[in-house]
Design a protein. Structure first.
Length: 202
């Protein structure tokens, strides 16, 4: 994953060309699973197994720099997930927030390979908050110049849990999800064309 980030960074630093601003808002759907074990030491020593199904809407955006076939920058994603316990059948909701650094490499066959290192992942429900790290890899294809369809595989490992009245000695829970969305990759150019059109009308 680190080498995947180093290639476009070195290309931008060693060339004389100017990089362009990269902006990519997106909205989509996320579904998958949450599995692992949580060990508490207070108020009593217990180990709880986690096995849940996840689904829900998501939205976010990417902001960075692009040069030739490369793009690098920051990736922000959030949304609310519906969680169903596969053992007990109970349902709940949680809000997640992922913050990371991304790199894109555009292939010559209308596809783009993408990777994001998620250095801050948070998941909150009514009385608990989990934090961790992870990664996201995916592929996108452009249907039009400003519009693309994307599919991502996301893996986040939560290793810290805070909940009032409990002390946890071990948290090992992994969230694996699939993410499909629609993105607008030419927003800066669209805004520029809109401003030129309005200027000519005045």
């Amino acid at each position: 994953m680190k080498k995947f980030f180093l290639i476009p960074i070195m290309m931008m630093l060693t060339t004389q060309a100017h990089a362009r601003i990269y902006l990519e808002p997106y909205v989509g759907f996320r579904n998958g699973s949450l599995k692992g074990d949580i060990t508490a030491t207070s108020p009593s020593a217990t180990t709880t197994s986690v096995d849940s199904s996840l689904s829900g809407a998501s939205y976010g955006g990417k902001l960075g720099l692009s040069y030739m076939i490369f793009a690098i920058g920051g990736d922000y994603s959030t949304g609310q997930l519906n969680e169903k316990d596969n053992s007990a059948g109970t349902k709940s909701k949680s809000t997640y927030t992922d913050l990371g650094a991304f790199v894109h490499i555009k292939l010559p066959i209308l596809f783009t390979v993408k990777g994001t290192y998620i250095f801050s992942a948070k998941s909150k429900d009514t009385d608990a908050e989990s934090t961790g790290k992870g990664y996201k890899v995916g592929l996108s294809t452009s249907l039009f110049h400003f519009f693309s369809l994307n599919a991502d595989m996301i893996s986040v490992k939560y290793d810290d849990l805070k909940q009032s009245g409990f002390i946890f000695s071990n948290v090992n829970v992994e969230q694996k999800t699939r993410h499909k969305d629609k993105r607008w990759t030419g927003l800066p150019l669209c805004l520029k064309l809109a401003s030129l059109f309005l200027k000519n009308q005045l």
